[in-house]
Design a protein around this ligand. Structure first.
Ligand code: ATP
Length: 449
């Protein structure tokens, strides 16, 4: 190397570090200024300006940072294993205090940007919705509390309590195939949003549950609500003043709910008009019928009763077009009493008969109440159940131990005794009926003699 050439590298060596230092100093002071102004802006500027500023400072920071941070607001659950923080602490001095917002912060490398923003976030949102739906506190609404009407000014006409009925389809005593069919029907309905939209039908489905008392109609409604994760609206029709009040109540119901009208045959006289028409009465009778109908179903203007036509209108239209999924369930002990118009398909899409207990149903109850799946006494019970009728409610009563001393054997013995008694009683009743039927023939024979 010549001495002449020596200054050149020295100069370079002196100049380069100076340039780098200057550059980093400039960058550092720029960031510091940005952060300083950021702090001022956060304290004294309106929310919109702060949002605008935050967006650009974040972009500037991310330019120097190989990692990306995202905040998932209002996210509940722990799937993301992300850092949880609260936004309130840094803003406590703000002139425009915001409500506390909780969020999860997720940090990842830039090269995963696409994977995170497209697949992962979508997965988190879907999962989040599922978790939210599952954890949702379901409610049992009722309109039968004595003062519900007084709260109708601007407030809900329904009062509610948490819905915590433990019944499930697993604990429901019923033929397994029918149970499976009902569960599939319900789940298909729940997933059917697009299908209902494509066929132009409101997303609702009607169920009619009928059968003798104690066969599990109310229990099945609870199992439905638990399966679907829906709220329950127990609509007591006898407490509804008139059609317009019925309309208000139905319009207030929310999506993902089951609207229940129990004992529909007792709630209202819904049979009158149609039956009388079918009998083709004389003019006099027609006049009587008219009076009777107007007594039972006053015109809407008089505002004192829900009518059959009012009920049908609301089931078909108005409220159901408000979107969202709703099941409507009627229960009755006397299906034959109901007006065919009320329960025709399209209104009540699925008719389910809940009847006396089968042996399969008994096995479910034995598992529920006694935690047993087999027992030597089961054979006798199966035989007796073929010969007599018993409701699941009655079986449940015999199987429930009444003291710590009552074991499975004692409970099953009680049930066997009850079945034998029921069988004897039925045989005696049949014999009495036969005697009654033969009575006129005997009298005739005697009088001929
Ligand atoms: N199918 C069933 N599976 C399991 N438990 C049942 C069943 N049927 C009845 N029970 C038991 O009997 C009790 C009464 O049943 P539930 O109220 O569901 O009958 P229901 O048919 O609605 O009666 P009602 O017609 O009188 O309203 C329930 O609390 C439950 O313990």
């Amino acid at each position: 190397m010549t001495p002449k050439m020596m200054p050149m590298p020295n100069m370079m060596a002196r100049m380069m570090p100076m340039t780098m230092v200057e550059m980093w100093t400039t960058v550092g002071s720029t960031i510091a200024s940005v952060m300083f102004f950021g702090a001022i802006i956060r304290q004294y500027c309106p929310y919109e300006v702060r949002r605008f500023f935050d967006k650009y400072t974040n972009n500037l920071m991310s330019f120097f940072n190989p990692y990306i941070r995202i905040a998932i607001h209002e996210f509940t659950g722990s799937q993301a294993r992300a850092h949880k923080t609260s936004s309130s602490s840094s803003r406590s001095m703000s002139l425009y205090p915001e409500p506390e917002r909780r969020f999860y912060r997720l940090t990842f490398h830039k090269r995963y940007r696409e994977m995170i923003t497209e697949d992962y976030l979508e997965h988190v949102v879907t999962k989040g919705k599922q978790v939210k739906a599952k954890n949702r506190q379901r409610k049992l609404y009722t309109n039968s509390s004595p003062n519900y009407r007084y709260s109708s000014h601007g407030q809900s006409m329904w009062s509610h309590i948490p819905f915590e009925h433990p019944a499930t389809f697993e604990t429901l005593a019923m033929e397994p195939e029918i149970k499976q069919e009902i569960m599939e029907d319900l789940l298909t309905f729940r997933e059917g949003k697009d299908y209902y939209a494509s066929i132009g039908k409101a997303w609702k489905r009607g169920y009619l549950l009928y059968g003798p008392p104690g066969t599990g109609k109310s229990t099945m409604i609870a199992a439905m609500a638990n399966l679907l994760n829906y709220h329950v609206y127990d609509l007591e029709l006898t407490a509804v003043k008139d059609n317009s009040e019925l309309k208000k109540l139905l319009i207030e119901t929310t999506s993902k709910s089951i609207i229940v009208m129990e004992d529909i045959d007792c709630s209202l006289d819904l049979t009158g008009e149609r039956k009388k028409k079918e009998e083709k009465p004389s003019e006099d009778e027609k006049e009587k019928v008219k009076k009777e109908i107007s007594r039972r179903e006053p015109k809407e203007e008089s505002g004192s009763k829900v009518t059959l036509s009012g009920l049908l209108n609301f089931i078909d239209g108005l409220w159901s077009s408000s979107g969202g999924e709703r099941l409507i369930v009627f229960t009755t002990n006397h299906v034959e009493k109901l007006d065919p118009a009320l329960i025709r398909r399209g209104r009540m899409d699925k008719h389910i008969e809940l009847s006396y207990c089968s042996f399969e149903g008994f096995k479910v109850l034995a598992k529920n109440y006694l935690r047993i799946e087999a027992h030597p006494m089961f054979d006798s019970i199966e035989q007796l159940m073929k010969e007599t009728k018993i409701t699941p409610a009655d079986i449940a009563e015999y199987l429930m131990p009444k003291s710590p001393r009552e074991d499975a054997e004692k409970c099953l013995s009680k049930l066997i005794r009850a079945l034998e008694e029921a069988k004897e009683k039925a045989a005696k009743e049949r014999a009495d009926e036969e005697t009654e039927d033969n009575e006129p023939a005997k009298r005739d024979a005697l009088s001929e003699d």
